[in-house]
Write a protein that binds this ligand. Sequence first.
Ligand code: IMP
Length: 192
Amino acid sequence: MSDLATVLYPEAEIRRRVAELGRDITVDYASRPPVLVSILKGGFVFLADLIREVDLALRVDFMSISSYGGGSDASGVVRILKDLDHDIGGEHVLVVEDIIDTGLTLSYLLSTLAARGAASVGVCTLLDKRARRIAPLDIGYRGFDCPDRFVVGYGLDYQERYRNLPFILALENHSGFMEDPAALERFLVAPA
Ligand code: IMP
């Protein structure tokens, strides 16, 4: 696409894979309709497409969190900025993530949700950056094994930009983006 970024997952490939994940979840949760929990903001695009591929009476809820001391905090301890609207005691919870990197944030969150008495807590992630995993996680549903690259689009941002790209780009030139975070904005403009 350019020397700045390349398309890692085109729109059609994402659509196909999200449909497959939706079918798997429909089968697995047929006897126990789940509450899908999305972590704002990155996960909302994936969640919106995924729920329309799940043929069950599911519910959705949202959480917003921030890491104490920024992303380099190795404890994974997070501050809850917005909590779930409903009690999850006795519920089958499926956490829907855009990407799992070190896994520290998610592993802290899973223990918090389990401590609230959920009947089960599963994980569905669109992208799994396994190479960077620190906290071991049991991931029931994964869209793609993601290489150790910084990616944007389909909900994933770089300094809050590019969430609305319908495909996922891998940045080729990270330092170029630090200088100019808007460098890829021309890809948001529809061709004439
Ligand atoms: P971790 O698994 O605790 O390291 O953090 C995962 C979070 O880091 C994700 O939910 C994203 O918000 C962010 N993140 C990790 N890798 C990327 C990436 O390549 N692009 C955009 N955000 C990312």
